[in-house]
Design a protein around this ligand. Structure first.
Ligand code: ASP
Ligand code: MG
Length: 408
């Protein structure tokens, strides 16, 4: 007998029929003698609908009120799911985040979980209840409703698993696991049986949307056994997120090719090459609360240098405006923006022990005539910025080069 936390994503609870199916699946696990905590998201599209309602009223909605509204999607699904479980003949009880309670800080719309009370849940489990807890939401120390950021019910589930020392946290979604890359771009993409936390973290931060990044960080930190599975299939072990030592050494050096289209590049040309210039350029960007990803500064020549960095594409115009406003002050010759770029990355812990991965990556792109505009690396990742029109091509050839294509 094990204690299992199961999280069901928006499509998995997207209709009352699907909620009934989830109840049937939970009932099967329960019949095997397991204790279950179930964490549903809102029905698919519901959180977007709620946020749109708020934006209809106010272009700059108060984050506190936004949380009051956005959190209701999950309140509906916990009630419906608890009822569906009762229809299956099970004892079930639903709780909102505040009822549990899931204590968070007060950063509305992106709150962090501080602590979870396990008392009530444990008491219910001991009496044979399936406990249904709303994902995505919590409550701060003053009793204000908070939400954890989009996709946050993954983090709710992992945090509950950590707090209750669950044996496994299962994330049920509309795909059957984590893939080597997006199968819509590369049909030969394969499902991975295992991936390490670090790789998953890179994949998530590079645009793979299977898990919310914070949930992976949390699971790594608290050593939660985390598994991604399909809620539409009965078979399959999904993908297990592991610690590195457990990884099968026979596995490929590269685990996946990630990509992101949401990128834009800003270039500052001809700035004086002197101490403090990077700070003068990026300080105002940071003050405007714009996140910077990759940064490069060219070798100085004739006392001036060029400086480029990337930001999320929806911050492109704002970043450009900030730079234009400081252009004179920093003495830049010209400011350029390019919102037609993308980022493609190879990820794999095998890189640590296998040199030459970067050169193999660059050769492959060169053979396709794809120009690399920027490069950044970490121990287990190499990312390049390229023209967005080459995105699909680059992902396909890299996927093949690193031996990730499915055997035909
Ligand atoms: N319902 C929330 C969202 O759409 C949380 C989640 O689905 O994980 O972002
Ligand atoms: Mg999700």
């Amino acid at each position: 007998m094990a204690l299992i936390v199961q999280k069901y994503g928006g499509t998995s609870v997207g209709s009352t029929d699907r909620i009934k199916n989830v109840a049937k699946r939970v009932a099967k696990w329960k019949a095997q003698g397991h204790d279950l905590i179930v964490v549903p998201s809102a029905m698919s599209g519901e959180t977007n609908r709620l946020i749109a309602l708020a934006k209809d009223i106010s272009a700059t909605p108060s984050p506190r009120e936004l949380d009051v509204i956005a959190s209701t999607g999950e309140q509906v699904t916990i009630g419906l799911l608890a009822m569906a479980l009762q229809e299956e003949g099970l004892q079930a009880k639903s709780y909102t985040g505040a009822q549990v309670k899931v204590l968070t800080d007060s950063s509305h719309t992106k709150a962090r979980i501080l602590q979870i009370d396990d008392e009530r849940i444990r008491a219910d489990l001991a009496q044979g209840y399936v406990v249904v807890v709303a994902g995505f939401q919590g409550v701060d120390g003053d009793g204000n409703i908070t939400t954890l950021g989009r996709g946050g019910s993954d983090t709710s589930a992992v945090a509950l698993a950590a707090a209750l020392k669950a044996d496994e946290c299962q994330i049920y979604t509309d795909v059957d696991g984590v893939y080597t890359t997006d199968p819509r771009v590369v049909p030969e993409a394969r499902k991975l049986d295992t991936i390490t936390f670090e790789e998953m973290l890179e994949m998530a931060s590079l645009g793979s949307k299977v898990l919310q990044i914070r949930s992976v960080e949390f699971a790594g930190k608290y050593k939660v056994k985390l598994r991604v599975l399909s809620s539409f299939q009965d078979e399959g072990e999904g993908t297990l997120i592991t610690v590195e030592e457990d990884k099968n050494m026979e596995q490929a050096i590269i685990s996946g090719i990630a990509f992101s289209r949401d990128e834009a590049k800003l270039t500052v040309l001809g700035v004086p090459d002197r101490p403090g210039i990077a700070y003068q350029i990026l300080g105002p960007i940071a003050d405007a609360n714009i996140d910077v990803d990759m940064i490069i500064q060219n070798v100085g020549r004739d006392g001036t240098t060029d400086f480029s960095f990337t930001v999320n594409r929806n911050e492109h115009n704002r970043a450009l405006a900030v730079l234009n406003s400081v252009q004179e002050h920093i003495g830049a010759r010209e400011i350029l923006g390019d919102a037609k770029i993308c980022k493609v990355s190879a990820v794999g812990v095998g890189m640590r022990s296998h040199p030459g991965i970067a050169s193999q990556m660059f050769r492959t792109l060169a053979e396709e005539g794809i120009n690399i505009q920027m490069i950044s690396t970490s121990e287990i990742k190499i990312s390049v910025v390229i023209d967005e029109k080459y995105l699909e091509l680059a992902v396909r050839v890299l996927h093949r080069t690193f031996g990730l294509d499915q055997a035909a």
